[in-house]
Design a binder for this molecule. Structure first.
Ligand SMILES: [Zn+2]
Length: 310
């Protein structure tokens, strides 16, 4: 009896160990593939976040240059010279000229004379960097060269629009040179984007042209009726450019966001007693905000906004 029992126990142990080992092998295999997937995911995530980070840093550097454009365009200075403190005329050292970081380290003051620098510098740098990071995240794909053209266009037009917004905010005027470069840049992109020379395939180009005409005509009417009290002639041209960029399908969305944000800030300023009904509020920043949001939002929330626009 004892040997039989012994044999049975042995058999049981054998079968049990086989089951366990097979399970372990299966488990290990699963774990390995999961591990591989996990690492692939990490590498993929890493390359995406590296691209976004890279775009962010480029945005900081370009934003720093845009500040120079906003300031020197007014004074008709060269864009190439080294920057200097407006108060003590000292040249700014290279290590005090690192976008955003230097401003934070120095507390927004000149190292030599402690004169305060404008908040415009870090804000424009940060906004440019965030816009570039968005473009890197939602438009640029390293392995798909067909996305590169649009990425290049967006990086350029965003920079130009941000200069126009900052310039209008500071000087209450729309810089016509930058506006014309914006038109040239957008038309160049639309021409390069033409995949076919058959007319019925020029959907985007026709949309853009109609958008520019409709928004331009509407703003023209507003300026004409209000005798330039609601907005200026510069806004008409900027409106046409915005229409050209977002196209007819995005025009209504763009105008809603622009007028909506403008009205909201206007009401807030009135409540805070900073402005009254008659004081001039620059409109370009809101128009630029509306245009950029119309470009970015459908890519950030494709299931909601893209469907709304089509
Ligand atoms: Zn100084």
């Amino acid at each position: 009896m004892v040997p039989i029992l012994h044999l049975l126990v042995l058999c049981f142990l054998q079968v049990a160990s086989q089951i366990v080992s097979r399970r372990r092998v299966l488990h290990l295999k699963k774990k390995q593939s999961r591990k591989r997937l996990f690492f692939c995911g990490i590498i993929n995530d890493m390359s995406v976040s590296f691209i976004v980070f890279y775009f962010f840093v480029c945005g900081l550097i370009i934003g720093s240059f845009l500040n120079v454009v906003v300031y020197r365009l007014r004074e008709q200075e060269t864009l190439l010279g080294r920057s200097f403190c407006r108060s003590c005329q000292h040249q700014i050292r290279w290590y005090d000229n690192i976008p955003l970081i230097s401003f934070l380290i120095l507390g927004g003051k000149c190292r030599d004379c402690r004169a305060a620098f404008s908040w415009q510098y870090p804000i424009l740098e940060l906004v440019t960097a965030l816009c570039f990071a968005f473009i890197g995240q939602y438009f640029f794909q390293w392995d798909r060269p067909e996305t590169w053209l649009e990425t290049g266009f967006l990086v350029g037009i965003t920079s130009l629009l941000l200069v126009i917004a900052a310039y209008d905010l500071i000087h209450m005027e729309i810089p016509i040179t930058i506006l014309m470069i914006g038109f040239g840049w957008t038309v160049l992109f639309l021409l390069l984007d033409m995949q076919d020379f058959r007319f019925f395939l020029w959907d985007r180009q026709v949309q853009a042209l109609l958008g520019a005409l409709v928004v331009g005509a509407l703003f023209f009417a507003l300026v004409f009726i209000s005798h330039e009290t609601w907005m200026g002639w510069g806004d008409v041209w900027l409106g046409a450019l915005a229409g050209l960029i977002v196209g007819l399908s995005g025009a209504l969305f763009m105008m809603t966001l622009s007028f909506g944000s403008g009205a909201l800030v206007g009401i807030l300023l009135m409540i805070l007693n900073k402005k009254n009904m008659k004081s001039q509020i620059p409109f370009a920043p809101y128009l630029v905000l509306g245009t950029l949001l119309t470009l970015f939002l459908p890519h950030m929330f494709p299931e909601y906004i893209a469907r709304m626009l089509l």
